[in-house]
Design a protein around this ligand. Sequence first.
Ligand code: MLT
Ligand code: ZN
Length: 464
Amino acid sequence: MSDPRLADLSCRLPELRLLTAAGDLEHYGRDWTRRWIPAPLAIALPATVDEVQVIVRWANEHAVAIVPSGGRTGLSGGAVAANGELVLSLERMNRVLDFNAVDRTLTVQGGMILQQVQETARGHGLLYPVDFAARGSCSIGGNIATNAGGIRVIRHGNTREWVAGLKVVTGGGDLLELNRGLVKNSSGYDFRQLLIGSEGTLGIVVEATLKLTDPPLPSQVMLLALPDMDALMEVFALFRAQLSLQAFEFFTDQALQHVLAHGAQRAIDGEHPYYVVTEFDAVDEQQREAALGVFGQALERGWVSDGVIAQSEAQAAALWRLREGITESLAPRRPYKNDVSVRISAVPGFLCEMQALLANEYPGIEVIWFGHIGDGNLHINVLRPHDLDEPAFLARCEKVTRLLANTLHCHGGSISAEHGIGLVKRAYLESTRSAAEIALMRGVRKVFDPRGILNPGKLFTESS
Ligand code: MLT
Ligand code: ZN
């Protein structure tokens, strides 16, 4: 190692896998945002908690920033290393450590991929219910760092509900064992919950004890075509009142056109402004008929213009692909992503106001709306027009986001529902959190990471 800091690290941990080849720096230095040029110092792939602690202490001594890294599927730049940081990848710490049938918990290392967590739970006849399209690549540590949501929040809540215990290495190098899988624990501040959603700025999640639940009941998947936004909320209220929903997701016709162009199969003929993919419990014939009845009511009232019920698992998967394939279908256009939330009741007002504002201020701009409407969480992707270069596009997107942030502020919403603030939304944090809250966040950060070595520049800038 020519860099003396890295030579010192290798000396302290001769077994540590350290990568410095250009291809590795490029690969591990970026996430799905693709906006920053990766420029880390090196990549460390520890295999044990001890190694993580030694690395963090080394980083403190040499004032080297650390970017904790999982599957790097983030959409806010939270795992980007563009300033000579050490990327600490949890990739090799991906094992199951314990399954406890009585507690119904699964303890895993922080680098385990979400899909492996889900499959392990299934293998024990149980369910780890947090789920979203990046399941095959994202890591549980990253899910925890952003309090990931996804497509089943309406039934099961966010990642936060499913973490019974955490082991974290703080920015100071201490190992904390938080909550230890307890169901009840009324012994002061719950640092476990504080760490969840802290975006790698307080500690590195090296182990997590996850709650598991009953496997899902047999379900049905329905695709609905809707005439307008008001109908969307009416249908949601009707379906939620009469069926036991597992998911309720929406997307616009523009989003559908991108997925279809990307190879997905059309399921409903004609053009409709909005679509919903919904999944609900359908245990027996009676429940299946009840669902048809609810669909009939929506049709009669003019809230739904067409619909399809999946008749097989393959059809259900094909309907889900229309929603879950949106991100991938937009990726070649490198969209500017917004991930916002308002109270569910405020969705129609907010959406109509934003659509009108955008059409007025930025005519011709291509905005793709989709998301977890049942949670009040909307994904607003802005696409770069072919005749606009990247800097001009980003400048325009910043203006769109400022407009969005101001509108959200008036609606009491959040600039990040589930993707995190990272680098992308840092400038807009104050639209969602008060100055007093941000000052407290900075103070908390100082306690957990006195030298500010963990993910500096993410969430907020280092100096106020
Ligand atoms: C989704 O809901 O599909 C994800 O949050 C990804 C995205 O917003 O692109
Ligand atoms: Zn989402």
